[in-house]
Design a protein around this ligand. Structure first.
Ligand SMILES: [Zn+2]
Length: 102
């Protein structure tokens, strides 16, 4: 789904993937990144994922006092960014792998 007003290049809202533009929608690394978020969302039964994501963000924001640092230090983003270039990552991914990035 293309969504030009999206505040990010892409976003995973299971079962939907939103992209800022066609170029992002065609980017295999971005798609893999969002698929990793799908895995995280499914294993946390969707809603708790968003609560934990927000909680982790707020804790990081207090800790770093900076949006970018708060975002890039989210355990969910750390797992996704560390593995989004590996096209085979999802197949062998153990459940709750984001815990290793807390
Ligand atoms: Zn992400």
């Amino acid at each position: 789904m293309i969504c030009p007003s999206l505040p990010a290049n892409a976003m995973a809202l299971y079962p939907f993937m939103l992209f800022k533009n066609q170029q992002m929608k065609a980017d295999k690394v971005i798609i893999n990144h969002e698929k990793i978020h799908f895995c995280q969302q499914i294993e946390l039964l969707i809603l708790p994922f968003y609560l934990l994501y927000l909680l982790n963000y707020l804790v990081n924001l207090i800790r770093f006092k900076n949006h970018d640092q708060a975002y890039f230090n989210l355990c969910f983003e750390k797992e996704a960014y560390a593995n989004d270039k590996n096209a085979h990552y999802i197949k062998g991914r153990p459940l709750y792998s984001w815990l290793k990035h807390l």
